[in-house]
Design a binder for this molecule. Structure first.
Ligand code: COI
Length: 355
């Protein structure tokens, strides 16, 4: 029996599906939640009580440790529906691996494959009708874990909940992005938790992002904490550029190692492009834009998929990027990944996990 068999997961079906209340032609990101969720409890050093139950509120103690000391991590994954109704999840094992790296850094227990991947498969078997089948839509999957011990001393929680919720979604961003290079506030420092997908990384981004929004920007480009010289990520997604003949994405332990970003680099290498994961200075990017050799620039993430960047703001100046329709690389990746994820072409890399 494989490690991801789902036979031991208890299922309590909902008495009343909410599916008919969803407007599948107007899927705002993260607004509609599917009928069921997977819940598992961790206590006395082991995971117990793994069940698929109706989506609903949780009862928590006001002294629950995650509320006070922030042991809370999550992932973002997407499932797609093929024309014949097959449901497929895109590279969830990579998210499982990253989830456990986040857990280790926050002194939380690992979630085994049979609960993370097996639980996800079981949940999607139960809620398969929630996976939309219109191109451009998908089922967004949010696995998360948090410390549940009712205690105010600063120590790792003794108990945890692992939950997976899902929601049918359309685009996270519906237009090219205007990004501001942030040179004052910091997302992550060396030795910190920038590579982990923990809730705090998102909380700290909200105030500086709102300031940028007030100036008319959609998002920030975070830079390194020490010198604000090197580009990191956009907070909601990684960043990828084509400078000259090279596809480049910033790389450091201070940024999230995205599954979409990794997929793009693997594809670029497979197609024979020069592709590099390395430090990218703001100056290299700005000089490249001025010289006209930055021919592609986009945000890459599970929620964001590939969202083109139209404008970059740096030190009070705005730098415009080439017209989206002229961007050879990102348009090629987007169209290939769409075809692969919706089962229209072969899957030579084994990236689709069929439910
Ligand atoms: C994702 O891309 O899955 C994320 O978690 C990003 C978040 C801003 C929605």
């Amino acid at each position: 029996m494989s490690a991801t068999e789902t036979h031991s997961i208890r299922v309590e079906p909902t008495q009343q599906s909410r599916l008919s209340q969803v407007d599948f032609n107007n899927l705002k990101f993260g607004k509609y939640f599917s009928d069921h969720m997977l819940v598992a409890e961790y206590e006395n050093g082991e995971w117990t009580d793994v069940s698929v139950v109706p989506f609903g509120d949780l009862t928590i103690s006001p002294s629950m440790s995650a509320l006070h000391y922030g042991q809370a991590i999550f992932e973002g994954i997407k499932a797609y529906k093929f024309e014949d109704g097959t449901v497929s999840i895109f590279r969830p094992e990579k998210n499982w691996e990253r989830f456990n790296k986040s857990a280790a850094r926050l002194e939380m227990p690992e979630v085994p494959e049979e609960i993370f991947i097996g639980g996800l498969k079981k949940l999607l078997q139960v809620d398969k009708n929630w996976v939309p089948n219109v191109e451009g839509t998908s089922l967004y999957i949010r696995p998360f874990m948090f410390g549940t011990e009712a205690a105010l001393g600063v120590h790792p929680s003794a108990t945890y909940k692992f939950i997976i919720i899902t929601c049918p979604v359309g685009a996270y961003y519906n237009k090219p992005l205007k990004l501001k290079v942030e040179t004052h506030y910091t997302r992550a420092a060396q030795g910190g938790v920038g590579f982990s997908k923990n809730a705090g990384n998102y909380a700290l981004s909200l105030y500086p992002t709102r300031l940028a929004n007030d100036e008319g920007f959609d998002q920030l480009i975070w830079t390194d904490a020490k010198e604000h010289k090197y580009i990191e990520e956009a907070g909601t997604a990684n960043l990828v550029f084509r400078i000259g003949d090279t596809i480049i994405t910033p790389h450091d332990d201070t940024i999230l190692h995205g599954v979409t970003r990794r997929t793009i680099i693997e594809l670029a290498q497979h197609w024979g492009y020069k592709a590099e994961q390395r430090h990218v200075s703001v100056q290299e990017l700005i000089d490249g834009i001025k010289e006209g050799i930055v021919t592609d620039a986009f945000a890459a993430g599970t929620a964001a998929t590939l969202t083109p960047i139209s404008t970059i703001g740096f030190n009070g100046e705005l730098y415009e990027l080439p017209a989206v329709e002229n961007r050879e690389f990102s348009n090629k990746v987007l169209s290939y990944l769409n075809d692969l994820r919706y089962g229209k072409i072969e899957d030579p890399f084994g990236w689709n996990l069929i439910v």
